[in-house]
Design a protein around this ligand. Structure first.
Ligand code: ADP
Length: 482
């Protein structure tokens, strides 16, 4: 099958979160399964320098953006057999210091930047000699693609290529003033409450939900949750209308990146049968972070965007309560300054127990996953979440709130007894999280129990094989409908 994917970030070229990991891994898994996957993404600053094998393609975009035209170029990189990445070059839009923002301030022209990207995707789908059978778009940044493709049919360009939209996080919808709709050059009929309009504003994700042929999201539980008012972020009604075409597929993990046996980021390799390297990694991590090197003190870790979604408030509350116990905590994160300050305060209050690092650091992320005993993910909501699955493979017991993909990927003692892989809590409160941490401290005193959890977690398989088969199933159904 020929699949054209589109995403505003793709690992290792650009990344702010799980979206980049997922799109890269899905595309690779499709290619590994014998299909042809090509991914369209922006050529952000620095990509060409970091990946000198990228080649310019003889291609020129000249696309209407409201009452003017924008030009762009195209670059490509063959990553593996059956897998190509297309980079859209438009220096005014994409050659910037950040991807979506600078100094915690979103770029004011994000509407224009990603409407242009969406138009480039549609242009490629139509004019490439390699004809995609499915166009698979991810999140709001390319949410207008299905509407733009549909419009081609209305203009008499024949049957449109079937589209699939994956929602990675319903909380980010790409909402802009009504005037931004003019940049799409779509007829006004698309700007209505059944389509791209959301209370008088342009909503790019809603347009995707309304006009795509099929919708997926990144875990079965999140697929159910987003049709409810509590988790629907205002779009639950539209999603309920499209429930027949909504599938939840758990993201897989790219174990060629996230593994403990062949990983250049780790101090020492280890595996389920040889855990010495994990103990060594813990000591090295404690040293690196300036924490007392102590094997018997349980080390908790978090790697996260510091956003409200991630449960920062209850985490700060629970840690303040629990840090008098014999435990350590480390954080790698970046985000809202007030949240960063909260962790800074905690580190000041417990200097020999808490280490915090702000910024983005891939190497440290691997080292924290490997060196910690427990991984904390107290999200308010979590579409899929990847870190808890990385933790499982790294023998680091995840403590998660039972929501979305966290609930789908971690098994608690009360669900499966001796096959438990982590600790779940339910109520969104500092008290409930503190109780879960207390449970972890108790488990930590029982080496046999710890080993049982670790064994079950490290053996759990969240590779892409199962998930890619489910995506193929979705694509095949689309083609049958043709
Ligand atoms: P989300 O996409 O909501 O941010 P996920 O758990 O799905 O959450 O994915 C987060 C990804 O981003 C993981 O690969 C995680 O390791 C990575 N990550 C998040 N913050 C940082 C950071 N400060 N440094 C390095 N990696 C990070």
């Amino acid at each position: 099958m020929k699949i054209l994917l589109a995403s505003s970030e793709v690992f290792p070229f650009s990344k702010t979160g799980g979206l980049a990991d997922m799109v890269a891994a899905l595309a690779r898994a499709l290619a590994d399964a014998g299909h042809e996957a090509r991914v369209v993404t922006p050529l952000y600053r620095g990509i060409r320098e970091k990946f000198p094998a990228i080649k310019r393609v003889d291609w020129q975009f000249h696309l209407p953006m409201g009452d003017h035209y924008a030009d762009g170029g195209l670059w490509e990189l063959d990553v593996a057999s059956g897998l190509k990445i297309y980079f859209v070059e438009q220096p005014d839009y994409f050659n910037r210091a950040g991807i979506y923002q600078e100094n915690n301030c979103s770029y004011p022209d994000n509407d224009e930047r990603y409407i242009f990207l969406s138009k480039c995707v549609v242009h490629l789908a139509r004019y490439l000699t390699w004809k995609p059978e499915v166009v698979h778009v991810h999140d709001w940044q390319v949410g207008l693609v299905p509407a733009l493709i549909l419009q081609q049919k209305n203009e008499g360009w024949g049957n449109p290529t079937p589209t699939c939209l994956t929602i990675h996080n319903l909380a980010y919808q790409g909402v802009f003033p009504e005037e931004a709709f003019a940049l799409t050059n779509l007829p006004p009929s698309f700007f209505n409450p059944e389509g791209a309009e959301f209370f008088g504003l342009l909503n790019c994700l809603k347009a995707g939900i309304a006009y795509t042929d099929t919708i997926t999201t990144v875990s079965p539980r999140y697929a159910r949750e987003i049709t409810t008012e509590e988790f629907g972020c205002g779009l639950d009604g539209v999603l309920r209308r499209r429930a027949q075409n909504l599938t939840g597929i758990l993201n897989g993990v790219d174990y060629s990146e996230w593994n403990t046996t062949k990983n250049p980021h780790l101090f020492k390799p280890y595996s389920v049968s040889r855990l010495a390297g994990k103990n060594a990694g813990k000591a090295e991590l404690q040293k690196l972070l300036g924490l007392p090197v102590n094997k018997s003190t349980p080390l908790f870790g978090t790697i996260s965007r510091l956003a409200e979604q991630k449960g920062v408030d209850i985490q700060l509350g629970a840690l303040a309560e629990m840090l008098n116990a014999d435990m350590q905590f480390c954080l790698l994160g970046s985000g809202a300054p007030e949240f960063e300050n909260g962790y800074r305060e905690l580190a000041k209050r417990f200097p020999d127990k808490v280490a915090v690092r702000f910024g983005y650091d891939e190497k440290l992320a691997h080292r924290i996953e490997a060196g910690c005993d427990f991984f904390l993910m107290p999200s308010r909501f979590e579409p899929c979440g990847l870190n808890q699955m990385y933790s499982l493979r790294y023998g680091t017991i995840p403590i998660v709130r039972a929501t979305g993909g966290l609930d789908d990927s971690v098994a608690d003692f009360f669900e499966v007894r001796h096959q438990a892989t982590g600790i779940k809590f339910y109520e969104y409160s500092a008290r409930a999280l503190a109780k879960a941490i207390r449970k972890a401290l108790a488990i930590y005193q029982e080496p046999k129990l710890i080993s049982q959890y670790r064994q079950a977690g490290m053996k759990a398989d969240y590779s892409w094989e199962a998930s890619v088969a489910k995506y193929l199933n979705v694509y095949e159904k689309l083609l049958e409908k043709q």
